[in-house]
Design a binder for this molecule. Sequence first.
Ligand code: ASP
Length: 430
Amino acid sequence: MATARTTNPNTAWYHQLHWRIAVAMLLGIAAGLVGGEPLAGAVGWLGQLFIRLLRMIIVPLVVTSIVTGVASVAAGAGLRRLFSKTFGYYLLTSAFACTIGLVLVNVIRPGVGADLAGAETQALPDLAVSTSPIDLILDIVPPNVVAAAAEGSMLSVIFFAIVLGITISMLQPRHREPLVTLFEAGFEAMMRLTRGIIDYVAPIGVFGLIVNLVGTTGLGAFEALGWYALMLFCGLSLHLLVVLPLLLYLVGGINPIVHFRNMVEPLVMAFSTSSSGATLPVTMNAVENKVGVSNRVTSFVLPMGATVNMDGTALYECAGVLFIAQVLGATLGLEQQILVVFAALLASIGAAAVPSAGLVVIFIVLEAVNLTGPQVELIVGAMLAVDRPLDMARTAVNVFSDSCGAAIIARSEGETGVDVPAPAPSPAAG
Ligand code: ASP
C-alpha cells in the first residue's frame, strides 16, 4: 500500500497546506474586490494552469492507483469468495452514497440560480446521453485502450485498470510480484507529483481562481458555495450516521454504537489528515485489535478498500457534478443522472487515498456527461475554495465504510468476536 505524506503537527502554520490555501483565498477575495474584472482577466490563467496540471495527472494516477489496489491482493482459490463479498459491499455502499448525493441535490437544488462568474449566461455544452444500458457498456469497453487514455475516456481507462488489476492478481507469484512492484513504484511517483502540484501550485491556483470569481461575480458566489457545502455535510452525515450503521445492524447483526466506539481513533485521524491512505495503519490496528476482526479479513478488505471503496468521495462526485450542472442552468435528465452515478462510482474507485484526490477525479465525472469548458473549470475552482473541510468529512466516511465492510464480512465468514459489547460490570465487582 502506498504511503501518503501528511501534515506534521509541528510544522509552522504557514507551511501547512490548508492555511496556505485559506490565505490564498482571502488574498484572492480582497484582490478580486479591489481589482475587479481587469485583474480577473490578468491573473485568471494561474487558476487555469492549476486545473491543467490536475488534469495532466489523472490518467497515470488513476491507472496506477487502481492496479496497485486491486492486484496486490493475491486471489487464491480460498480468497475468491472473500473477493466477491468485498467488491459487492464496496459497490453497494458506494451506490447508496451516490443515491444520497443525487437525491439531496435534486431536492435542495443549491446551484439553481447561483451566479458563479456568470456561468449561467454561457452557452451550454451538449450533454452526453447514453441511449441504453447496452450502449453504456459498449461505451465503457474501449476498442483501443491507448486511444481511450489519449482521448481522456476515463470510464474506459478505469474499466481496463480494474480488469488488468484482477488479472495480475491471478498470475503466478514470479510474474505477479514484479508487475505489482512496477505499478506500486509508478503509483508512488504519481502521488509525489500530485502532492507537489497540490503543495506548490494549489495556493497560487486558488488565488487566480478566486480573483477571477470575485472579480467577475462579487461575493454573491459564496452564498451558493455555502449551501453546496452544507448540503454535502448533510449527505455525508446521513451516510455515516444512518446508512452504514443500519447496514452494520441489519446485515452484520452488529451494534453500531459499539463499532463507532471502537473506531474513534481512525475517524479522528481520517478527519485531521484528509487521507485514507495515511489513516490505513490506524484503521487496521483498530479493526483488528478493537473491533476484533481476524487478520485474514482485515488485510484483505482494508488496504484495497482504502483505494477502491470511497463512499464519501462517491457522494461528493455525484453531488458536485449535479451542482455544477445546476449552476450552468443545465437540466440533467434521469438517464444522464444515472450516467453521473455510474461515473461517480468509477471515479471514486480511481481516486487515490490522499487529500484532494476527489477534486482531481471530478473531471472524470464531468467529462462523462460532457460538462467541459472554461466555465466548468471556473466553478470547480470555486468549489476548491470550500474543499478542505469537505475532504476531511468525506475521508472520515471513506474510512468508516471500510471498517464497517471488514466487520460485516468477518461476521459473514463466521467470526463471532466482532464488536462484542463490553460485559456489564458484575454486582459483586462493585
Ligand atoms: N481525501 C480522500 C481520502 O483520502 C479522497 C478524496 O479526496 O475524496 O479518502
